[in-house]
Design a protein. Sequence first.
Length: 162
Amino acid sequence: MNRLSVAIGLALCVALPASAQYKWVDSGGKVHYSDKPPPSNVKTEKLRAPPPGPVRPVENEAKKDANKETAKTGPKTAAEQEQAFRKRQADAAKGEKEQSQKEAAARQREENCKRAKAAVANLELGGRQARINEKGERVFLDEGQITQETAKARQEAASACN
C-alpha cells in the first residue's frame, strides 16, 4: 500500500510539469509550474507553446466582396434579395445551356469522326467500290479513283477527328 502511494505521488509530480506551460521561481525561492502566465514582475521560463487558438475558415473572394458590399450599403431589402436571387438563377440556367451545347457539339464531332474513320476503313478494305452518279445509276470506281477517294477520306477523317 505504501509503495502504491509513493508511485502515484511520483506520477502526479511528473505529470504536473508535463501539462504546465510556464515555470518560475517566486520571491521565497519556491519553483512554480502553471498553465497560466505568472505575474508580470517575475522572471519566467516558457516550457512549451500555448495551444493554438481556434482556426478561422478562410473566406473565398466572392464572400469577401459580398461582405464589403453589404458593409458599404447596409442590409439588402427583400426586393434586392429577390433580384439577386433571380440573377443567380438566370446565370446558372445560362451556364447549364452553354454546357449542354458544348456536350452536344462534342458528341457531334465524335460521331463525325467515327463516320470518317469508317469511310477510310471501307475504302482501304479493298474490293470493288461503287458510287451512285447524277442519273441514279451505280458506277464502279477504278484503282485511280479509289486512290483519290481514299486520300480524300483520310483528309476528312483527319479534320473531323482533330
